[in-house]
Design a protein around this ligand. Structure first.
Ligand SMILES: Nc1ncnc2c1ncn2[C@@H]1O[C@H](COP(=O)(O)OP(=O)(O)OP(=O)(O)O)[C@@H](O)[C@H]1O
Ligand SMILES: Nc1ncnc2c1ncn2[C@@H]1O[C@H](COP(=O)(O)OP(=O)(O)OP(=O)(O)O)[C@@H](O)[C@H]1O
Lengths: 222, 222
């Protein structure tokens, strides 16, 4: 596929280099020469131009692009101006990036509905992970692996370990479950978990895995 | 839970306000008074201080915090300095944020392994969505709803519509499937889809739904 990315900041350059590595043809545009120089080896084509200049933008092969992405963030004026020009020049599919609420509203009013909000989206995901009451405790076994104690998420209650597919889906291992004990603060450890172990409501699961895999499981279990 | 967030830029302020809205006690810190003023109504407590100043940082209730988040992005020096101080003052759990590879490497070397990279993470997710070859075409029915034509993802091949749970999981409707026809560019539309319709390899699914729900389904089907 063919893409044109306007703005080679952190978001725009990551997007351009990832798409290029996936085999797509990407034109990366930035008004700053140093940005163009910095990324030119990792993006199919890089061009130094000001995307708020209609002459410059209309010199790009917009009709051939499957999508154009406006990756300018902080400079809201330039982001909005560039988007307006691309609308005017009939770009097929425009993907925007917005920082503030106002920025988002203006983009939507211009008919751009695919809007990326990297900072907000990542912050909300992190807040959800932090909020996840289930994680009772967490020990770092090494800098990449953790053992976490997690209240059994609703979606797994009543399933056997095999049915929960922790190993298959996330490459994590449930070591054991801790069953709550009436009137005591600490629960009772129920021995080495097996494929047939049934997870019950209120159980604390003791899970070992790589940090990223544990995070994926936590994200999916909300 | 109690959190301290250093840096109230877009990421830090979104994180602080989201956690506050979820009922947590958040102290939001920024060296710029205007940032503190801007967000003070949405965050439990806001304080104007320089997080690279050990006196200032040690005046914060670090021992009570379940986690401290260094949300400073572009100013890598300040981000790294703040992290070093928090390590020195024995903060229980430090979550960092990094922009460049070098920044990430230094944070990891300091023992911080929960690192958020908003711009890169969002860029990679967007690249994966753009890369998803399945989306053949997409029509905007309204500014929030689309009809997309999508090559049947592997995970649904052989399932009936009911088994695929599109409605249940994503609130999207499969209108019909297009079966490929030998030697022809356009396939054959197979009538109105029902719960019993079986999805086969090579089918193009025509799906209607809200943009966000369609995106979730696409993300999950990779
Ligand atoms: N009019 C323009 N034409 C071309 N490139 C532009 C224009 N305005 C800004 N840029 C480029 O877009 C890139 C990102 O823009 P900006 O600094 O506004 O956003 P940012 O939020 O800091 O980006 P990121 O978070 O992705 O690093 C910069 O490299 C900048 O040079
Ligand atoms: N030493 C410091 N002490 C306290 N706050 C700081 C310090 N250095 C930077 N900040 C604050 O951190 C916030 C975000 O920092 P910065 O601008 O470096 O990152 P950014 O990448 O632009 O952030 P974002 O993408 O979240 O908007 C700013 O509001 C800034 O005032």
């Amino acid at each position: 596929m063919k893409y044109i990315v306007f703005g080679l900041g952190n978001f725009g350059s990551s997007l351009s280099t990832t798409l290029t590595a996936m085999g797509h043809e990407v034109i990366g545009v930035d008004k700053k020469m140093d940005k163009v120089e910095l990324h030119k080896d990792d993006i199919t084509h890089t061009i130094c131009l000001d995307s708020t200049d209609i002459q410059a933008v209309s010199s790009l092969p917009l009709e051939d692009a499957d999508a154009v992405i406006v990756a300018i963030g902080e400079d809201e004026g330039a982001s909005i101006m560039t988007t307006a020009l691309l609308k005017q020049l009939h770009a097929k599919r425009i993907i925007g990036r917005a920082v503030s609420e106002l920025h988002t509203t203006v983009m939507q009013a211009m008919g751009v509905h695919e809007i990326s909000r990297p900072e907000q989206t990542s912050a909300i995901r992190l807040a959800k992970r932090l909020n996840f009451k289930g994680v009772v405790d967490s020990f770092e076994l090494s800098d990449k692996h953790n053992i976490i104690e997690l209240k059994c998420p609703e979606k797994y209650v009543g399933k056997t370990l095999l049915e929960s597919e922790f190993r298959k889906k996330y490459n994590i291992t449930v070591l054991t479950t801790i069953k709550p004990v009436e009137g005591k603060e600490d629960g009772k450890i129920s021995g080495v978990a097996t494929a047939e172990t049934v997870l019950e409501e209120g159980d604390t699961l003791v899970i070992f895995g790589a940090l990223d895999d544990l995070k994926d499981m936590l994200d999916d279990s909300e």
